[in-house]
Design a protein around this ligand. Sequence first.
Ligand code: HEC
Length: 207
Amino acid sequence: MIRPLVTVLWIAVLGGCGSTPPKAADPVAGAGEGSAPAGQPASPAPIEPSTPVEPVPAEPAAPVEPAAATEPAKPAEPAKPAEPATPARHPPPAKPDPVRAKADLLAAETRAWDAAKPVLQKYCANCHTKGARGATKKKLDHFDMSSYPVTGHHAATIGATMRDVMGLSGKKPTMPFGKPGAVEGDDLAAVKAWIVAWEAAGKAGAH
Ligand code: HEC
């Protein structure tokens, strides 16, 4: 590797310093550059014309897609045809004698009270009848069963109030005071039957 190169250099040097002046047209050899083989004028490497920059054709702007045509407004839905008014509930079958019906409901209520009274006398009267040992104004103000209809500030809603205190409405029973839930079985059923009869009469406007 070295030897040929040296030879080439020598030849180049000789050529460069020799009698023969380097051809003007051989600038490379004259310059003593060893790249050209001796004797052979190194032709100047043709300068490659720089590749003309091809004009990059400007990409045509992507045509703007026409905005999606606005959807034509949907025609307003035609208003639903008004539902036919719910037919009024069938009125309760006309009673031949409403006064008589109320009287019957009140009579049924009184019978139910008479059946429940012994239970209430046993479990409640001591605190909820006038003159009883455990009675106080406050207790009587809540519920007074001294006479019938019962009185007290729950009188107007005694049905719902009784359901609550007796544990018939889903709530925990609170009466009899101190022994909540003591009224059970048939006793409780009798009290409930009175509540139901009282509510039925009240609903019919008998109170
Ligand atoms: C030992 C006494 C006593 C007995 C027995 C008793 N109660 Fe009461 N009762 C009370 C007291 C005290 C109150 C007031 C409680 C309060 O203010 O929280 C009351 C309140 C009430 C109320 C009103 C409740 C309310 O939430 O405001 C009702 C209704 C009632 N009693 C019904 C009864 C019934 C029905 C019985 C029998 C099953 C009964 N009581 C037995 C003492 C008693």
